[in-house]
Design a protein around this ligand. Structure first.
Ligand code: 9WN
Length: 447
């Protein structure tokens, strides 16, 4: 069927295409984030990808997370990129300078920062999928979960130890890339204060060569700032505390904080099922509580929307981005405040905007002056975020909202191109086609 000039695949054909994308992007031990633009493994992509793979082959799903966990640093950090041999991405491992970091695993090369901690959520989803499939699959997933649980707990402990002070209780990030929402207007003000030094080593961007329209990617000016922060991290020797002391970008990220709260609680529940030590489970619940409280406290007294906190400037950051709804991911708001936030999300400035192709929130409100419908994290709709909010809504017992997000998410991606992100009024796929995590969440929605 066709709407406008968009072709819409039927669910069975869409699911088959999604599975083909994951197979085509599979190198054997890892599925690259996309075929051309991102020829490596990204941390939060891998979590969603594994969740999608569980619908095809639970063994393969488990192998994906094993590959990621094999790259975990000895101090517990899960790095944001695990590099394959391909050198067609910039910045690669040489530029990151991570080879000299003593806590890096010896036999794999990685970047030196992290991404949103969605991994425990993916593990939960994989177990639930496997249990629905067969007893044998359930056993594979549960055995893996027993192996992975201590590693995921160390990952959460790393965040609690190194990133949970100094930003009003929010989890701090030292690079916009750590947020997963690289050039979101959330980071405009903190990035203005990042002034690349004259000694920023020269570089050539490769990303802009791999998309049809470089205007859909961050600007050169933004990239200079991104690369300057990489330089600072490298000069800090990738030592976690030194990094926090020296980074020109230091922001409490409310979305990462809410994800951390949700994932810590999920990991604690899994631990209880698997018979993990009670003290470790209690510690996870403590971190979840702290992160949930910090998320709730970030809300603007008048608008009720959650905010990020710029540590260097000492100011709250008000941006009309999807992160404003972070408390809905983890709970913790008084009932009236939560109802109001849900009403805002459903309203005309967000999912209820009459011109949207699918009634799900874009990355930035179309009513905001920062909104740009074609620009990366500044307006397009991202299926992976829709999945995350929808899943959390289901967990919270909001079945109608959860199924609406699922149906509308499928509608958004029904053209079968598995765009990295979508123009929210026309549904045009933007960025990279055949993006693995888009295929993975569509598969999860359909299965
Ligand atoms: C930098 C892989 C990643 C996602 C991020 C997305 C984008 C990288 C880039 O692609 O970031 O990490 O080169 O632009 O912003 O969320 O994990 O899909």
């Amino acid at each position: 069927t066709a709407t406008g000039n968009r072709v819409a695949h039927r669910p069975t054909s869409l699911a088959a295409r999604a599975a083909t994308v994951l197979r085509d992007n599979d190198t054997g031990s890892l599925v690259t984030a996309s075929p051309r633009l991102y020829p490596h493994m990204w941390s939060w992509d891998a979590a969603f990808i594994a969740m999608g793979l569980a619908h095809i082959d639970v063994h393969r799903a488990v192998r994906e997370l094993r590959t990621l966990l094999a790259a975990q640093w000895h101090d517990g950090m899960i790095p944001h990129i695990v590099f394959t041999g391909d050198d067609d991405y910039f910045p690669g491992p040489d530029r990151w300078g991570t080879d000299d970091a003593p806590q890096r695993p010896r036999d794999v090369r990685t970047s030196g920062i992290c991404q949103p901690p969605v991994h425990a959520i993916a593990l939960r989803r994989i177990i639930d999928t496997a249990r629905r499939t067969s007893k044998a699959d359930a056993a594979i997933a549960e055995d893996f979960a027993r192996d992975a649980w201590p590693s995921l707990r160390r990952w959460h402990r790393w965040i609690a130890r190194h990133r949970m002070s100094g930003a009003r209780g929010l989890v701090t990030i030292v690079h916009g890339w750590e947020s997963g929402m690289d050039n979101s207007p959330r980071w405009d003000a903190p990035y203005l204060a990042v002034r690349p030094g004259a000694d920023l080593p020269p570089y050539v961007r490769l990303d802009v060569l791999k998309v049809d329209d470089p205007g859909q990617r961050p600007s050169d000016d933004e990239y200079d700032r991104y690369l300057w922060l990489v330089e600072q991290l490298r000069r800090a020797g990738h030592q976690p505390d030194r990094v926090v002391e020296t980074s020109a970008f230091l922001v409490g990220d409310v979305f990462v904080t809410a994800v951390f709260a949700l994932a810590s609680e999920t990991l604690a529940d899994l631990g209880a099922e698997l018979g993990a030590p009670a003290a470790e489970i209690a510690e996870l619940r403590k971190w979840a509580g702290q992160a949930r409280d910090a998320t709730a406290r970030s809300c603007h007294p008048e608008t009720g929307k959650a905010r990020d906190f710029d540590v260097h400037a000492g100011t709250w950051l008000d941006t009309d981005s999807l992160a404003a709804f972070s408390p809905l991911l983890c709970g913790g708001l008084p009932a009236a405040a939560e109802e109001r936030l849900v009403a805002t999300l459903d309203g005309p400035a967000w999912s209820g905007h009459p011109d949207l192709i699918a009634a799900v929130p874009p990355s930035v409100s179309p009513h905001s002056e920062d909104f740009d419908p074609r620009q990366y994290w500044r307006g397009p709709q991202w299926p992976v975020l829709i999945w995350l909010f929808g899943w959390a809504f289901g967990l919270r017992g909001w079945e109608r909202h959860a199924s609406e997000f699922r149906a509308q998410g499928v509608h958004l991606a029904s053209d079968g191109s598995f765009g990295e992100y979508y123009e929210p009024f026309t549904g045009e796929p933007l960025g990279s086609p055949n993006q693995s995590w888009t295929a993975a969440v569509v598969l999860d929605w359909l299965c």
